[in-house]
Design a protein around this ligand. Sequence first.
Ligand code: GLC
Length: 448
Amino acid sequence: MKNAQSWMQNLLIIFLLVFAQAPYAQQSQNDDKMDWFGEAKLGIFIHWGLYAVDGISESWSFYNEYISHEDYLKQLGGFTAKDYNPKKWAQLIAESGAQYSIITTKHHDGFALWDTQYGMLNAAQHSPAKRDLITPFVQAIRKKGLRVGLYFSLPDWSFEDYTHFTTNKKRYTIEEDPQRWAKYLNYMNGQLAELKTRYAPDIWWFDGDWEHQATEWNSSGIREFLSADQPQVIFNSRLNGKGDYATPEIGVPVYRPKDSFWELCMTINDSWGYQGNDTNYKSPMQVIDIFVDCISKGGNLLLNISPKADGTIPDQQSHLLKELGRWTKKHEAAIYKTQRGIAYEHFYGPTALSNDRKTLFVFVRDYPKDGKIVIKGLSNTIHRAYVVGNGTILEQQKISKVYWNRYPGIDYISIPKSAIDPYYTVVALVLDGPIKLYSENNGAIESN
Ligand code: GLC
């Protein structure tokens, strides 16, 4: 019976992969599939797995030989998920202001959080959690109206037919044994087919592509298969570049990235998975610093949390998400549905534009010495200046504007102390039309 079942499964995978080779007709409609993603701005990443039991680095601890594979797997016994409450997770994630959440279905260690029929390592059969942990998560997140992404590691260092085991031990090379590699792909594609059928995620978040070339993974085939009847699905870039958006990791882009879509994935302390010893938490202020930087540079922030093995989210992390939520709720007009702001030559700090480009949002971190922010070279008339989420109408003053040249002058906007936010105060400048910035000659102004 088992044999007949796995024979059927193999047939299904072969069929799906062959079918997937057909070019997908929806390619041209894919431009607007990124709309929601570009407007979402904030996502919550979740690294949850075996590694939370001992609080050691996810997968890398055995790959880098800090611990033997055997001892690493002993953590299975402690992965209870006994207090796992996906509704509570979803509530907290929604409260943070995130519009989507991405969970590790399987990290490089091969431990699957759903009850996969493939392989020998999953939460339902091989840990005291004894159940599929992904389905209730996906349901709870969708119930909150948020989108769901699945993180999936292409490498699986525990699987007997995978090429790499640890940094010093490789099982084989593809050239040596292509048939063995085909077995691995069959297993990997089987898991992907399961996840696709069960969850139809909004985002596929791949990881670990560096270990093999695109032709070895069949990256194009994977993409085509996973989007065959779901053309709107989005892929991150870690599919040997066959993705829809760039994924800088931890390094906040210093310059505005050229990519149309990008998402900075960022740890909440210094670890992806739960590590009790890592107390280097970012403060809410620091997370908001990073978030504002992403907004003003036209990208998203994917902020990671790391639940414990019992399924609880550490207090410090939930506190941070709640603080973040207080700020995002108040400032939603300046966060979602915005695009990258104006050059620093016009304002010494982060800004964003509404999608119609008629409102300029100015993010003010520190209270200016005289209470005034300074905007240079704005050719529009400012109809109204107010504090977002607070409503205070602000006084304006224009200086250095003469009738005989086109230079628009310098705008000063005064913010009363009473309107200051403990994190960033956001000033909205409602303009007379789409923003026009003075850039004549891009140099000395000599039009007299
Ligand atoms: C890296 C690491 C991994 C982590 C991920 C998150 O590629 O291998 O441990 O899950 O990035 O972006």
